[in-house]
Design a protein around this ligand. Structure first.
Ligand code: SF4
Length: 339
């Protein structure tokens, strides 16, 4: 899967200026609204991706156009068409914080859905009723798939977002019964957990939720839930590795690269390719080169150099964690809790 920054200013809205957002710190440096990915840059990216097998295969699985808020990009429809040459699975991640169906941002999303692109959104309870809910109804009429991202700071907060979705789908047609059944399972499990163990740690949470599917797929609709713990990034750009819902636990990142696979890459505004989902908040130093400026050969040799650093760095992180030095940065420049 490849994530591509298409637009930079989503969390530059005063309303959304949330320091727990993983793109808060990386985007903090960028002036409020003067950056958009341009179609000619998208074309350069596609041409290069096609020349590198490992990235070509990742792109076939899925391209996520993200940001910031990609619906703000006036060229997003054109950009969507360019990336669709790599895969039919081009997704747009929106905050759906859109004032009305007359907004040009909404019109762009409609155009993309009509060309079989999929729009996924992040649930924001503060703007759910007034802005997201009416447009989500429209989305359900235009596409037969949906992923809802939910960022939660506490387990009761996750439950309240599940309840928002249940109320919404109860008002929709019968076709969404399976969605309600999935959401109902989450509601029951979360209610039981909060009742029995309100201060649960992450391990207890994961054990309790073990085996619960986060998607359903029926003949006429596919629905997925993506639940993301909120993280605080301080003013120096350090991301607390203590997940907010479980503040006593360190959050370890299991890096797939030392295990021999690249599962996901992110292309930042500069064209810089960062491994995994690091949009700049994790400060992972080994990069994969620059998709706009470097040749495919240069990028592939940089991948190899960085892979070796990650193998060595992950080993040292293990040693540090086991010898009471958890949290120390190693010279390979990978975050201390990547293992
Ligand atoms: S070392 Fe950590 S930040 Fe870097 S690619 Fe691996 S998981 Fe991502």
């Amino acid at each position: 899967m490849i994530n591509i920054f298409a637009e930079a200013n989503c969390n530059r809205y005063v309303r959304d200026e949330c320091q727990y957002c993983h793109v808060y710190e990386p985007l903090m440096q960028i002036p409020k609204s003067d950056w958009h990915l341009m179609p000619e840059h998208a074309q350069i990216m596609v041409d290069k991706i096609l020349q590198m097998e490992v990235f070509r295969e990742l792109a076939k699985r899925e391209i996520n156009l993200t940001g910031g808020e990609p619906s703000q990009n006036p060229h997003i429809v054109e950009i969507f068409k360019i990336f669709r040459k790599l895969t039919p699975n081009v997704r747009i991640h929106t905050n759906l914080d859109i004032s009305s169906a007359a907004s040009p941002r909404w019109q762009r999303l409609v155009e993309i859905m009509k060309m079989l692109g999929r729009v996924d959104f992040t649930l924001y309870p503060t703007v759910w009723e007034s802005r997201q809910k009416p447009l989500l109804k429209e989305i359900l009429g235009l596409q037969d798939e949906l992923i809802v991202n939910m960022i939660f700071e506490k387990v009761p907060d996750l439950l309240s977002q599940i309840e928002i979705l249940i109320s919404f789908f109860e008002e929709q047609e019968k076709k969404f019964e399976s969605v309600l059944s999935l959401l109902g399972t989450y509601r029951t499990k979360l209610e039981n957990l909060i009742g029995e163990n309100p201060e649960c740690d992450e391990e207890a949470f994961l054990k309790h939720m073990e085996g619960t599917d986060n998607y359903i797929c029926t003949d006429n609709f596919t629905f997925g839930l993506n639940m993301i713990p909120g993280f605080y990034v301080d003013k120096n750009g350090e991301r607390a590795m203590n997940a907010q819902p479980f503040p006593k636990d360190i959050n370890f990142l299991e890096c797939t690269i030392p295990r021999g696979t690249i599962e996901i890459i992110t292309v930042q505004q500069t064209g810089e390719i960062t491994p995994c989902c690091d949009v700049g908040n994790l400060k992972c130093q080994p990069k994969f080169g620059n998709l706009l400026n470097d040749s495919p050969d240069e990028i592939m040799s940089q991948v190899e150099v960085s892979r070796k650093k990650m193998v060595s760095g992950a080993l040292k992180n293990h040693q540090n964690i086991n010898s009471g030095k958890a949290g120390e940065w190693v010279e390979e420049g990978i975050p201390p809790y990547c293992v």
